[in-house]
Write a protein of this length. Structure first.
Length: 391
């Protein structure tokens, strides 16, 4: 089967969506299908250039259309958003023969409508890989109504879906679905990398870690406040934060701190290469991930969780999405009842600071026993059944 995977991702490794589509495609390639990417963002990588002048990653060709980011004044941005996907459609129209299946990634109102018409006209199967249900608060005013129509109405015309959670599977129960959480490839070199960072010295205590943009959906500010309280009390705990510097954090989010005087054990390490994040995870005892249990977070599934598990690091989180299928309290991490300051502080005091090194090592062994669930190799049979039932 000839498959085109297209949409709002940045190949080969410029956002969290890239590994999602690459690992999903690895399954399809393993099953013998031909895969081509049309990536709306990203940058060509010289080592991916082949003798025929095409760029390939893992054996799949990728084309970058640069139609993801809207630039210019207000009206130019609106025009670009409405026209997004037209370059993709032009490439599809030029293809001979046409693909057998098109997989869209988080397709918006505009792309879905265009591709529904294209697929009906050319008798091509269509699927959507859905990992998000955007909240109105994070959308521009002009995007709110199209997003609502897309998710509640237009998507029901797409007969096949790859969904990231049970929430989305249940919501679109009338379609042919496969549930794929964020998948990793543990055979990639990055999972065996080690990192030497002189800022992170040996520590006789508990090390927590977070990697990402604090401005987004993770309640990292709450964890900073809790760790700061405990560290100032003299408790042996520290928090490594990847993705932002101390100066930038204080400038942007200082107003969210209970105490602007942060202990040295709250450590901002700045941006690091995506390929080095697993190595930093392995320097920690727990990854922390708190999210408000709203529709957005119940419909999605945090990539950070899958990456931490793949790295063999237990997680401290509250119950959102499908996390409790993998997060067993006291076995593969700890489940917090809430996502507020008092909840994380109470868990850190009573559960984290009271365990010994042997218990932590045992929990890491437990994580390694179940993390196969996030290895794309474990989904081959499921994907075969799904592709065989494509409508």
């Amino acid at each position: 089967m000839r498959i085109v995977y297209c949409g709002c991702f940045r190949l080969p490794n410029f956002d969290a969506a890239a590994p999602r589509v690459l690992n999903n495609a690895n399954i399809l390639l393993k099953l013998g299908h031909e895969v081509q990417f049309i990536s709306w963002g990203g940058k060509y990588r010289e080592e991916d250039l082949c003798a025929d002048g095409r760029y390939r990653i893992n054996g799949a060709e990728y084309i970058i259309t640069d139609e993801l980011d809207a630039v210019g004044d207000f009206f130019e941005k609106i025009k670009m958003k409405i026209c997004r996907g037209k370059k993709t459609l032009m490439l599809l129209n030029q293809m001979k023969p046409k693909p057998d299946l098109i997989i869209m990634y988080n397709a918006d109102y505009w792309l879905t409508r265009r591709l529904l018409k294209f697929c009906n006209r050319h008798q091509v199967k269509l699927a959507n890989d859905i990992t998000e249900w955007y909240d109105n608060k994070e959308l521009h005013l002009v995007d709110i109504i199209p997003n609502f129509i897309n998710m509640t109405y237009i998507q029901r015309y797409v007969k096949n879906k790859i969904v990231i959670s049970k929430y989305l599977d249940n919501y679109y129960s009338e379609s042919n679905n496969i549930i794929l959480p964020p998948l990793c490839n543990p055979k990639e070199n990055k999972w065996s990398f080690k990192v030497e960072d002189e800022r992170v010295k040996p520590f006789n205590g508990i090390t927590l870690i977070y990697a990402g943009n604090p401005a987004k959906k993770d309640c990292v500010h709450t964890v900073i406040n809790a760790v700061n309280t405990l560290a100032k009390e003299g408790k042996a705990i520290r928090f490594l934060i990847l993705g932002i510097t101390y100066e930038t954090y204080i400038t942007k989010y200082g107003h969210l701190l209970k105490n602007k005087s942060l202990h040295n054990n709250v450590m901002f390490l700045g941006r690091v290469s995506q390929d080095l994040i697993p190595a930093y995870y392995k320097m920690a005892d727990f990854m922390v991930l708190l999210r408000e249990p709203n529709r957005k977070n119940m419909a999605g599934f945090p990539t950070k969780f899958a990456e931490s598990m793949t790295a063999g690091v237990p997680v401290i989180a509250n119950a959102t999405s499908d996390l409790t299928e993998y997060l067993i309290n006291g076995v593969t991490g700890f489940i917090i009842k809430g996502f507020d300051y008092e909840s994380i502080l109470d868990t850190l005091r009573k559960s984290i600071l009271t365990i010994n090194r042997d218990n932590i090592d045992r929990m890491k062994e437990n994580v390694c026993m179940i993390n196969y669930a996030f290895d794309w190799h474990s989904k081959i049979n499921e994907m075969k059944k799904y592709i065989d039932s494509i409508r």
